[in-house]
Design a protein around this ligand. Structure first.
Ligand code: SF4
Length: 291
């Protein structure tokens, strides 16, 4: 695996564009919490697939379509590159690996599971997080496979809408698994592993940030072992979707903060196209491979 682009952001995040043996490219993001305020300080966000079949409307990777699953070695290779970076720059060693890069990890479940076990054995990293659009049967599989393990895997569920009507337009997976069923799986997972599931909610201006959304989120999440993580859509030139102003995000958070457990996400690397698939999309545009 070769590094073909490495961008370092003003907040110490590093974005890699990596080329594999067969010429396909993927992205990996390294995030460093230099103020040591977050739970994990040195985190790698890995890709699990080349492209993705889930077709989320807002996602640059989704636009590229599915190409293939990554092998366990290609997943571990991303961690190796970031571990070398930490050593060279004398940063704290990696303490968490997050599967939130390109691809839906549960669509490559076997290889992701094997990679997690290998990374744990090689680096003694025991904190993992899997970001998913909510493939509930695979969430149940993960519970069965890791319920007696020392490896801690947090679930990170991308919700991004409070009603099925809105969500099915931006995340087609909703046609198969509706919001109630994925919230139920998220709660079950959190109760078994005694670790709150993160519910990711990216704000698209005027689409999912209304008063009704606030009310529905309260109804959906209140009193459950779930934490809402609110972030801003990173503008990606997609028709019909607009990034909110910073104040819109703060307003939305303020309306919810006394009702449910929630926080605003720290957007690492926004000045280096930290959003999933954006760097690869830019490189393809440079190469004339994508409109
Ligand atoms: S957001 Fe994740 S699951 Fe959806 S298309 Fe992008 S990579 Fe795939």
């Amino acid at each position: 695996m070769k590094v073909i682009k490495k961008l370092v952001s003003s907040d110490n995040a590093v974005k890699y564009l990596l080329k594999m043996e067969d010429g396909n490219t993927i992205e990996t993001l390294y995030m460093y919490d230099k103020e040591l305020k977050l739970t994990y300080h040195s985190t790698v966000c890995v890709s699990s697939q080349v492209g993705c079949s889930q077709g989320c409307f807002f996602c640059a990777t989704g636009k590229q379509g599915f190409v293939r699953n990554l092998t366990p070695l290609e997943i571990i290779g991303q961690v190796d590159i970031c571990a070398d970076h930490c050593k060279e720059t004398k940063l704290l060693p990696i303490d968490a690996v997050v599967f939130a890069g390109m691809g839906e990890p549960f669509m490559n479940y076997e290889n992701v599971r094997e990679a997690i076990i290998s990374i744990y054995n090689k680096y003694k990293i025991s904190n993992f997080e899997i970001a998913t659009v909510g493939l509930t049967p695979r969430i149940n599989r993960l519970i069965n496979d890791f319920k007696n393990s020392d490896i801690k895997i947090r679930l990170n569920l991308s919700l991004h809408a409070s009603s099925n009507d809105t969500r099915k337009h931006i995340m087609p997976v909703t046609l198969k698994y509706d919001i109630d069923s994925i919230i139920e799986a998220a709660v079950e997972y959190a109760e078994i592993f005694k670790i709150k599931t993160r519910i990711r909610y990216m704000i698209f201006k005027g689409v999912n940030d209304t008063e009704e959304d606030v009310e529905r989120l309260e109804r959906l999440l209140k009193g459950k072992p779930l934490k809402l993580i609110i972030s801003a859509y990173n503008d990606n030139n997609i028709e019909g979707l607009m990034a909110p102003e910073q104040n819109d995000v703060i307003d939305f958070y303020n309306k919810l903060k006394n009702k449910i457990d929630c926080e605003i996400f720290h957007n690492f690397g926004s000045d280096i196209k930290g959003g999933c698939g954006q760097l690869k999309q830019e490189k393809m545009m440079e190469d004339g491979k994508i409109l």
